[in-house]
Write a protein that binds this ligand. Structure first.
Ligand SMILES: C[S@@+](CC[C@H](N)C(=O)[O-])C[C@H]1O[C@@H](n2cnc3c(N)ncnc32)[C@H](O)[C@@H]1O
Length: 324
């Protein structure tokens, strides 16, 4: 896709997967057993709006806890990571990077996100509150990004990565190792600040991912609306229930849409069927203890140099540096 340039302090490069990629991924995901789609498909404009609402729900404490920790530790983190341009993987609504930008005052901030609307809203908000930092958005799937695009604000600069929100937990442990290896390559020797929350009371976790107001359920159902919209689908969304369950063995929450009945539908003339009670996994959220996080990082060629955590020690910001 051709890069779209906007202004001199705010710039956007659009590498969003095209319709053919969407078709291929959906077909592959619906042929899996159990059926599962990549978590990034949850984030179209409506998905990003709903995710921002999830972060406000009383049960979903992760965002508030991580923001508080970042605000408290921003100066210490800035001193530990040293100078460089900042690169955030999956910026969402930009609530978390703000204290780091204030403490680090980088010449440029590069935000990657699959959601165009989240990216442009986040960067235009940050550009007005951080006028001395150039803002570059890259709309892409960072799990397959082979190289950072060349750009004068980024080329030959030391890079400091930021990956908060336990987003790594959306990947299986094997895929998480691959992603961390990819980030090591994309950051070209620079450090990575990685935010992960830890396993805890399953009732608390299940409530966090299935809030009483039904926003998490609407977020998952929006995936089906998206398939209907973008693949000319005939899915009866009301015939799916939402469920979030803790899996003790895998140390993860599984979020899924459960078919209420035997049903079938088409997506671009291709037929798909679900049996009653069959599930479509919309995302996983793997939880890592600090020891498990250190093991994962080591497998990907990173060493954890520092860890900052909240008073209850349920969420950690890990500072990773390349092992060699
Ligand atoms: C769970 S939200 C976290 C947002 C924010 N970083 C936070 O911690 O609150 C994940 C964000 O990453 C984006 N995202 C998810 N998967 C992605 C992928 N494979 N490539 C790029 N962005 C992705 C989503 O659009 C969303 O904005």
């Amino acid at each position: 896709m051709t890069p779209t340039r906007t202004s001199s302090t705010l710039d956007l490069i659009d590498l969003h997967p095209g319709a053919a990629d969407l078709r291929r991924l959906v077909r592959a995901g619906l042929m899996q057993q159990p059926k599962q789609l990549p978590a990034w498909l949850l984030y179209d404009a409506e998905g990003s709006r709903l995710f921002a609402e999830i972060c406000q729900q009383p049960e979903y404490t992760l965002t508030r806890t991580e923001i508080r920790l970042l605000e408290q530790q921003a100066e210490t983190i800035a001193a530990a990571v040293g100078p460089g341009v900042m690169v955030e993987f999956g910026i969402g609504n930009a609530r978390k990077v703000d204290p780091l930008l204030r403490a680090l005052r980088p010449s440029a901030f590069i935000a990657l996100d699959i959601s165009r609307s989240a990216l442009t809203d986040a960067l235009s908000g940050l550009a007005s509150s951080h006028p001395d930092t150039s803002m570059l958005g890259v709309c892409c799937d960072h799990s397959v990004l082979a190289a950072m695009p060349s750009h004068p604000w980024l080329d030959n600069q030391r890079r400091i990565g930021f990956f908060p929100g336990s987003s790594l937990g959306n990947f299986s442990p094997e895929a998480a190792v691959e992603l961390l290896q990819r980030f090591r390559h994309l950051l070209a020797g620079g450090p990575l600040l990685l935010g992960l929350d830890q396993p805890r009371d399953p009732r608390q976790l299940e409530a966090a991912y299935d809030d009483a107001a039904g926003i998490s359920a609407a977020f998952a159902r929006n995936l089906l609306h998206r398939l209907n919209r973008e693949l000319n689908g005939t899915i009866d969304v009301d015939q799916f229930d939402y469920r979030a369950r803790w899996d003790e063995r895998e140390q993860r929450i599984e979020m899924a849409l459960i078919s209420r009945i035997d049903q079938s539908f088409t997506l671009e003339d291709q037929h798909w069927s679900f049996q009653a009670n069959e599930r479509l996994i919309t995302e996983h959220s793997v939880k890592y203890t600090p020891a498990a996080a250190a093991d994962l990082a080591a497998r990907a060629g990173w060493t954890i140099r520092e860890r900052w955590h909240d008073p209850a020690d349920q969420l950690s910001l890990h500072l990773l540096e390349p092992s060699d």
